[in-house]
Design a protein around this ligand. Structure first.
Ligand code: 6GP
Length: 839
């Protein structure tokens, strides 16, 4: 503890504590020192990448100093901490965020200006930290920002993948995946070679009796992989609190380097073992909303859960509190089922290592964990094969079986007449081979389960967890509607809009309390304000048009209506509906006379997003979009009336350019399939309207902004089941408009029709699972409505401004407060007065 350090030592330390830069000159001297010494570059070879590096390192120093103070302060405060376990953190770039959150962007910009650099150029030198697939990973990143900003004592636990999500290239209209080796220069992480955990795999279980005749189990043998901690400081906005994201990296256990092999001359064999250990944290699985059940993925999950729990338990033990205090000191949130092994792992630590009784341990486990579900789609629900777990984690399998036995006995007592219930809710699915249903284990091992938007949270109670509502009662299940951080998604991505809002609301407080945006409604008739708002949107469209020109070579007119769909490519998200709609529009334009064409608002349809490398249908959709673009964009008869763009390699930093530039964005999943969506929130917050289905958070967005400010269409979730049934039994007719689109594709107007036959047949012959045909007419009509609406620019502008003003609810700050109160029971820890960042 602090008080145990003798006074003279303290004084010596204090006297030499590095000072945090406060001015342009102080910043510059730090940055130049780093360029000269850390990066070994001189005045004569300091390029943009070195200037970026020096700036980033100067900021990292500053963050690390605040991090040290924050950790010390939180330890002294001795309050409950929250640990957010996520296999994905889609952080994007860190420099702009660090500069804005510490309120030091101005001095840094001026300083680098003196060296002849423009800050935008330096910012764009940074690689994205892309340790995630999509919404689930970006949500985790927004949560870290909110937890730090609101001073919650919180840590994120991550896996330090050597390769993040692949880089997408488009060759000839096909997606090509290129590995993303992002660690060659990462100034934001801090290696902690002294913080390591040995992680065990394989081996067997030995049971033995102690002197009192009590039976114990012990997991023995197998192999060890070492986990090394790398810390990334997470600065809050306008606060000194700097939290931690700890990433685990795998390496060969030093005791494991096989000296036997080595001495017998098999040096290469030894090295191969080392490399095998490193593969555990090598690559992020590139699937969004899909479980593929690969052994290495299970290894990753256990490696990361075990290292994190070891760390958490070690920290708790330092407090010397009794075990029954554990869940008063620790809340662990499971981001989907990926960290579910943390449940049997904590139970194992408590009973096998710490010697607690089963029931005492189990109560601690349940009180500690909360579980967030992010999808109801069957193909995403994790089920690990029993033989695989048996092999890799033999003791955990025993514990899972014991958890299941206790649970089923409880259920049987409660519902003695319902035999089928036991089969339905068992953690073990009686398939061949048997499988462990991770979602059920997560529900049983947690005290709260939440969905991520109201409709979704209702759906999990009536579908996948229906029986569990009967068993535990409805209170175990709750909703926390997702949110986004207004720092990155407004202040950073759209600085001019942030300034405009600040000028009307008298400062930037809205960035910490987004509900203050409602005061903007008072200015909706203010002419100057409206004009500036419109100019900002236009400027953002010009910026995106430049990006489109630079990356695709296509010129688009910034005055056209920008219609954007950017997200992972997935059948349920229905990019195919969008591109079929675009083809429908193209055919309509071709059939129009000059008079009709004059009345039409020019459009740019913009797509972006990655397809999982093994997802053929998704790749086909990308191919179709590209081919339609080739035809439409080169049709002189169409000109500016329609352009179709596929933006390569959609990621967080590109989203920061794309999101502020939309007039309309598309959130058009089959009702009941998109748990929440979060880009819908980003687009509206940046003054764009949306076209969407009654799905996920679209419903709550509608409630907040009013149904006259959103373009909703399509069938409702409650009707989906019956519609699917009709498709399967031939009780429907393919939509007429869609038929014409298919005719055009089949006639080869967009290249070889065979390329697209699976896509078309999926709808015509194979049941149209995502109901593209059912929603097509309503979709096209709604787009016609959008055209009409866009002609009245004043009304359109009013809709946009009103919507921004009503988006306060969707801040991830609100969301984190709800978790803190309903699920974690944690309180903020005020930073100490001596801390400086933004304070
Ligand atoms: C996603 C959901 O698809 C998306 O609707 C939601 O906004 C996001 O999670 C954050 O809650 N789910 C996944 O990406 C996923 O893989 C297993 O779920």
């Amino acid at each position: 503890a602090e008080s145990s350090i003798p006074e003279p030592q303290r004084a010596a330390w204090k006297k030499n504590t590095p000072q945090e830069f406060q001015t342009k000159d102080e910043f510059l001297s730090e940055a130049v020192r780093h360029i000269e010494t850390t990066l070994a570059r001189s005045l004569f070879n300091c390029d943009e990448s070195a200037a970026y590096g020096g700036t980033a390192l100067a900021f990292r120093d500053r963050l690390v100093m605040e991090w040290n103070k924050t950790q010390q302060n939180q330890t002294t405060a001795d309050q409950k901490r929250v640990y957010y376990l996520s296999l994905e953190f889609l952080m994007g770039r860190a420099l702009d965020n660090a500069m804005l959150n510490t309120n030091m962007k101005g001095p840094a910009k001026d300083g680098m200006g003196e060296l002849g650099f423009r800050m935008e150029d330096l910012i764009s030198q940074e690689r994205d930290a892309a340790l995630g697939n999509g919404g689930l990973g970006r949500l985790a990143a927004c949560f870290l920002d909110s937890m730090a900003t609101m001073n919650y004592p919180a840590w994120g636990y991550a896996l330090r993948y050597k390769y993040g999500i692949f880089k997408q290239e488009i060759h000839d209209g096909y997606q090509v995946e290129v590995p993303d080796y992002w660690l060659d220069f990462n100034p934001w992480e801090f290696a902690r070679h002294d913080v390591t955990v040995n992680i065990q795999f394989y081996g067997g279980v030995r049971t033995y009796q102690d002197d009192n005749g009590k039976t114990h189990s012990s997991w023995e043998g197998g192999e060890i992989v070492e986990a090394v901690a790398f810390d990334v400081p997470i600065p809050g906005y306008g606060t000194a609190t700097t939290n931690n994201m700890r990433m685990w990296s795998s390496k060969a256990h030093s005791g494991e380097f096989d000296f036997q092999k080595f001495n017998s001359g098999d040096y290469e064999g030894s090295v191969a073992d080392t490399q095998r250990a490193e593969t555990v944290s090598a690559v992020l699985y590139p699937n969004d909303n899909l479980d593929r059940g690969k052994e290495l993925r299970l290894k990753q999950q256990y490696f990361w859960c075990a290292a994190s729990l070891h760390d958490i338990v070690r920290r708790f033990k330092k407090t010397r509190k009794p075990w029954k205090e554990f869940s008063n000191n620790v809340a662990i949130q499971l981001n989907d089922t990926h960290p579910t092994l943390a449940i049997p792992e904590l139970q194992r630590i408590l009973i096998d290592i710490e010697g607690l009784e089963w029931s005492e341990a189990w109560e601690i486990v349940q009180n500690t964990f909360g579980y967030t579900n992010h999808t109801v789609m069957q193909e995403a629900l994790e089920k690990w094969s029993v033989p695989l777990i048996q092999h890799l984690l033999p003791r955990h399998l025993q514990i899972i079986y014991d958890i299941n036995l206790n649970f089923l006995q409880y259920v049987e007592k409660k519902f003695p007449k319902d035999r089928d219930m036991l089969r339905r809710v068992s953690i073990i699915e009686e398939s061949e081979p048997k499988r462990v249903r991770m979602a059920f284990l997560a529900v049983i091992g947690s005290h709260k389960v939440n969905g991520v938007a109201e409709l979704h949270s209702d759906l999990i109670k009536t579908t996948i967890f229906k029986d569990f509502v009967q068993i535990y009662g409805p209170d175990k299940f709750t909703n926390v509607t997702n949110g986004i951080t207004p720092r990155r998604w407004l202040h950073q991505a759209n600085p001019r809009l942030s300034e405009l809002i600040a000028s009307k609301l008298g400062g930037h407080e809205f960035l910490k309390d987004l509900t203050l945006l409602n005061k903007l409604e008072n200015h909706v008739d203010d002419k100057a304000f409206r004009k500036e708002f419109q100019e900002i949107k236009y400027a953002n469209k010009v910026r995106l048009a430049k990006h489109i020109k630079n990356t695709t070579g296509v010129s688009v007119n910034p005055a056209a209506l920008f219609d954007i769909q950017v997200k992972r490519i997935h059948e349920y998200k229905r990019q195919q509906l969008n591109i079929f709609g675009v083809i429908h529009r193209y055919l309509a334009i071709k059939a129009m006379n000059a008079e009709e064409r004059k009345k039409l608002a020019p459009r740019v349809s913009i797509f972006g997003g990655k397809a999982a490398p093994g997802y053929w249908m998704a790749k086909t959709v990308i191919h179709l979009i590209c081919k339609v673009g080739d035809v439409v964009n080169n049709d002189p008869d169409v000109g500016d009336l329609l352009k179709v763009i596929f933006l390569e390699d959609y990621n967080v930093s590109k989203a920061e350019i794309i999101t502020p530039a939309s007039d309309i964005s598309e959130h058009i999943s089959t009702a009941g399939t998109e748990a929440s969506g979060t880009s819908n929130m980003k687009f509206v917050l940046n003054g764009g309207l949306i076209i969407g289905t009654c799905d996920g958070a679209n419903i709550e967005i509608t409630r907040e902004i009013g149904d006259s400010n959103i373009f909703l269409f399509g069938n409702l979730a409650e009707d989906v089941e019956e519609l699917r049934h009709n498709h399967l039994y031939g009780k429907y007719e393919l939509d007429d408009g869609l038929r014409k689109v298919f005719d055009a594709i089949q006639a080869g107007r967009f290249g070889d029709a065979n390329q697209f036959s699976a896509l078309v047949n999926g709808i015509v012959d194979h049941g149209d699972y995502y109901l593209v045909s059912d929603d097509f007419n309503s979709y096209c009509k709604t787009h016609d409505l959008i055209d009409e609406s866009y002609k009245n620019q004043e009304e359109w502008l009013t809709k946009c401004i009103t919507s921004v003003a009503r988006m306060g609810f969707f801040s991830s700050d609100r969301c984190i407060d709800e978790y803190a109160e309903m699920i974690w029971n944690v309180e903020p820890v005020k930073p100490k007065a001596e801390q400086v960042n933004g304070g």
